[in-house]
Design a protein around this ligand. Structure first.
Ligand SMILES: Nc1ncnc2c1ncn2[C@@H]1O[C@H](COP(=O)(O)OP(=O)(O)OP(=O)(O)O)[C@@H](O)[C@H]1O
Ligand SMILES: [Mg+2]
Length: 472
């Protein structure tokens, strides 16, 4: 067989390799995975935005020997098909390098194991100029003033990852990336930050400020509805699916409502939350199995998988996209149907309220063949009273005015405000207690039958203010 060796043009290859689509926060999460796999319990991230962007991350995990460190720096150091330990978050043997190179041109790793600190460095400019993957061993003494190096030295074991020549961002606007990073890590690693029976609590700090876990299901709130978990067998392993419905905005404070809406908002945050060995990989997607609609915005469905099932989920190198196999989709579709029925309940209940017979309401729904509209209740005792006190002209003018109110009820604006700022919409403030007291005086001066008082007591205005009418 005639062959010839054609090596890739490394300089060009590196350029494409750097553009696999990592964002800053996804890249940091990827190297943080390694620390968790190395059993770290404490992670310190240090970011200096100026005069030169600098990033480093120290863990107190098991560390690496010099030989292990060289192997860790190798691209594709592990076989993606090889089975990993249960808690290992890795798969491809690439993350440390791909994530780092997506952000910076110089990656240095210092690692301590058995009392010995080893160091290695990839410098993309050097690789490009030599057209060879030549791994550098820098002088340890050159790093003695580098942030977190002293801390590494004082640990029994651990690893420090350093990014220099971060060339993707403007230094001035980097603070937004730090904010995004905080939010991303608090969400993606929330179970580790919370701690559980099966693993110790993890501490992560960014520039000395500790991260708090962000549980996207708000499970601490009693108003969160949790459906029972379901285990589904896929070939030789199990996945566990647990649907949640977050509390309706009337059940939480404005601050809590906004916190759980996340920066994406409720509508975009509905859908599946896929956890692989407790680490959140993907969130807020229906994988095309369902439409993201307003009525289902509080539905979030947790899926737990192990690290043995990657091939069933099409997990990519960045571990930020996945797509379930067709075999799984059928069950997921059924679960969506079951839970969205529940998801609709709070809304249906509200809709029903308007037609509930024990209260006399201002508004009602008026059916018209297959359609309906919101209309004013002409049986309302105050309207009825008006009819007796107005002239014919007055009544017809009033009716036109009321029909106009019905016809031009600003439904879209109401819907959009309720979506965006539900806690700012204070509609009932339109009718103050003072107004109601005045109304009572007026009505009483015109003489009231017991029957009329009874009908007024059934209205929204007096349902919670019985004393006002009855005491008289
Ligand atoms: N912080 C760390 N502590 C100890 N060992 C580490 C650390 N970071 C990396 N390693 C070692 O280096 C190897 C390569 O890491 P890398 O992130 O490149 O790939 P991976 O984690 O195996 O797979 P993936 O590509 O899915 O991230 C790891 O498997 C691990 O053995
Ligand atoms: Mg990794």
């Amino acid at each position: 067989m005639k062959t010839e060796l054609v090596n890739p043009n490394i300089k060009n290859f590196i350029k494409s390799f750097r553009d696999v689509g990592y964002t800053f926060e996804i890249a940091v999460a990827d190297i943080l995975d390694n620390s968790i796999s190395a059993n770290a319990t404490e992670i310190n991230i240090y970011i200096v935005p100026s005069p030169k962007l600098f990033f480093c991350m120290l863990d107190n995990g098991k560390g690496m020997s010099e030989k292990e460190l060289v192997e860790a720096m190798r691209l594709a150091t592990k076989n993606p098909e090889e089975e990993r330990e249960k808690k290992d978050l890795g798969r491809f043997g690439l993350g440390l390098k791909t994530a780092s190179f997506s952000q910076c041109k110089k990656l240095t790793v210092l690692s301590k194991k058995d009392g010995i600190v080893s160091i290695r460095q990839w410098d993309l400019d050097y690789i490009s100029s030599t057209n060879q993957w030549l791994l550098i061993t820098p002088n340890l003494s050159d790093f003695k003033d580098t942030p977190l190096v002293d801390e590494l030295n004082s640990l029994e074991s651990g690893t420090l990852v350093i990014w220099e020549e971060i060339d993707r961002y403007k230094e001035e606007s980097f603070s937004t990336n730090i904010e995004k990073l905080r939010k991303h890590l608090s969400l993606v690693f929330h179970r580790f930050l919370e701690g559980s029976d099966s693993f110790t609590k993890l501490k992560i700090s960014i520039n000395n400020s500790l991260l708090k876990p962000f549980d996207p299901f708000n499970t601490n709130n009693d108003a969160t509805f949790r459906k029972s978990s379901e285990k589904i067998k896929i070939y030789d392993s199990m996945i566990e699916v647990t649907p949640y419905i977050l509390p309706h905005h009337s059940k939480v404070s404005r601050q809590e409502w906004e916190e759980y809406s996340t920066s994406d908002g409720y509508i975009k945050s509905q859908g599946f939350y896929l956890y692989r060995t407790n680490r959140l990989l993907i969130h807020g997607t229906w994988w095309g199995l369902h439409k993201a609609i307003d009525a289902h915005k509080l539905v979030r469905i947790k899926i737990d998988i192990s690290n043995k099932q990657d091939s069933y989920w099409g997990i990519d190198i960045k571990k930020s996209t996945a797509n379930p196999m067709p075999e799984i989709k059928k069950d997921l579709k059924r679960i969506i149907l079951e839970v969205t029925k529940e998801g609709l309940k709070p809304f249906v209940k509200r809709d029903r309220k308007i037609n509930d017979k024990t209260t006399t309401r201002f508004w009602t729904t008026i059916p018209n063949n297959e359609e309906f509209r919101f209309g004013l209740n002409k049986e309302h005792p105050i309207y009825q009273k008006l009819l007796t006190s107005l002239s014919e002209d007055g009544i017809s003018l009033l009716n036109i005015y009321l029909k106009g109110l019905e016809a031009y009820l600003p439904l879209s604006a109401i819907q959009s405000q309720l979506q965006q700022n539900p806690h700012k919409v204070k509609q009932e403030q339109a009718l103050s207690d003072e107004d109601i007291e005045k109304l009572v005086v007026k009505l009483q001066s015109s003489g009231l039958s017991q029957e009329y008082i009874d009908s007024l007591l059934k209205t929204e205005i007096f349902k919670n203010k019985k004393g006002l009418l009855e005491d008289e």
